[in-house]
Every structure is written in structure tokens, then in C-alpha cells.
Design a binder for this molecule. Sequence first.
Ligand code: MLT
Ligand code: MN
Ligand code: ZN
Length: 310
Amino acid sequence: MAAQAAEPELRAIVLGSAAGGGFPQWNCNCRNCAGYRAGRPGLEARSQSSLAVSANGTDWALLNASPDLRQQLAATPALHPPDDAARGSPIKAVLLTNGDIDHVAGLLTLREGQPLRLLATAEIHAILAANPIFTALAPGLVLRETVKPGETVELVPGLRATLFPVPGKVPLYLEDGSVETDLIGEQTVGVEIASTKGKRLHYIPGCARMTEDLAVRLEGCGAILFDGTLWTNDEMIAEGLGQKTGRRMGHMPMSGPDGAIAALARINAGRKIFVHINNTNPVLDARGPERAEAESAGWEIGHDGMEIML
Ligand code: MLT
Ligand code: MN
Ligand code: ZN
């Protein structure tokens, strides 16, 4: 008889692996978006950034709720309503890592009178509280819980979450004139998910800069899912798609001496996976040299439906 594999203690499903706009983006004719529409091989569509996590396979939490959530749930049987009730959902909690549109717009998909816990820092909750559209999540049913950076909370049975600050900025729609692009505070956080027996996964879809604190925190964990927005800092400018660098948008690039691949090279982790990948990023092309470079440095390129078992 074959030996039985140990049950995973922590399961994660990448619901969406793209940055804001998704891939292809509705109004974009960059090399990747145009190539995808033309059927160029090596390119796979991706929806906007979100991760689902569970310990027992029955109770799930979402890390961020993307504008593509409805289609992501439809594509993920583990998140369908259980058989034994007229209404219900395995999704028991949603945790937000910032107030960006690609991370909060999907909350509106979760209306319909379903009890949920909604966890975020005080600053991120304040952004939601300032916008009455989110009262569509009925206050008596959707419980808004404030989590302080550094605090550990039970997210779903068997999984604890700890939020920690990462360099970032306020959401684009709240920028007013001068913007600090690598603030360390409550507006952009990463999250550590830990199982009862100590398996650890880190989800950091936005990070402007690597810090020593962050490096210490990440060392030795089972999986890191990290900001893979751009390959080079000026990629969008070079393609004629705008004036902003990645760093101005609060995202460090993958490549180069200050990029994520170099910054995380010395960190030991079971798996290193890029998520929140912008449609302009040449790493999306499975046949391109950038993909080969990232993979040979030990990185995986996240894709929708990717599963991580620890
Ligand atoms: C980002 O990750 O920088 C934001 O999602 C940008 C946006 O809101 O489109
Ligand atoms: Mn984003
Ligand atoms: Zn594009």
C-alpha cells in the first residue's frame, strides 16, 4: 500500500494573480495584452489579486476581495455554498491588506445577507467607513473587526493571521498632491498566516521597498506570495502607457539590483511566488527570457487557481 501523504495544515488558492486591471486589461494594447488577444502562445489570462486560505478545507478566509471575485468564486468549487443549507458560504472572513480598488471592490459582491467577518487595520476600515456604498454589507451581519499591526487574530479555525506594516502608500483614489510612496504605517500591510502547528505563509501583494524587519519576518517560512507588479521600475513609461514608475505606485520591481528577486535572494522559504502581476510585466510570457530568469532565481509565477499546501 502506498504511504498516505500527510494532510496539509494550511491550504491556499490563488484566486487572482494579476494587479489592478487584470490581464488582459480592458483598454490596454501593451505587448502582452495585444499578444493575448492575438492568441500568442505563452500568455494566460489572469484576474485581479486575491488569495483564499483554509486549514480544514471547510472554513475559508479571503485575503482581499477583487473586482473579479464573482468569477473567481464560480471557478473555485471549495468556495461554493455547502449542500446542507438554502443559503451559505464557506467564506467566513475577509481580510484586507490595503484600500486599493483591486482589493476592496469585490466586497460589494459579498452583499446578499451573508454573515462574515471583515478584518483590517483602523486606517483601512476608515476608508471603507467613509464610503456609504460599503453599507451594502449589512452592519448586523458583516462584522468589521479592527486588527492592529503586530496583533495576531484567529482568522478561521486552525489559522491565525498577523498583520505587519510594509512600505506602501495610500490608495490612488485618495492621493492628494504630494504623496509619500513608501510610508510605513497602517495603510498597506502584509499578512502572515500560521497554522496551529507552525506552518507559515506570507501574503504581500504590495511592497514599495524591502526592509530589514521584513527580511527577518520572512526567513524560514513555508511560502512567500510577493508583489510582482512590474519587471522594471519604468516599464509602463517605456511602453508609453503612463508617466509613473513602479516605485511611485508603491511597488518595487522584480528585476535589478534593488528589485524583489535580489532583495529576497538571501531569504530561505519553501516557495517564493510572485502575485499581483501587472499586465505589462514581461514575466507573464512563459516563453520569454524574464520568465526564465525569475524561475532560475527560484521564483514561481503565480497563476489563477494555483494551490499551495503546507
Ligand atoms: C496598485 O496596486 O498600485 C493599485 O491597485 C493601483 C490601482 O488602484 O489601479
Ligand atoms: Mn493593486
Ligand atoms: Zn496591457
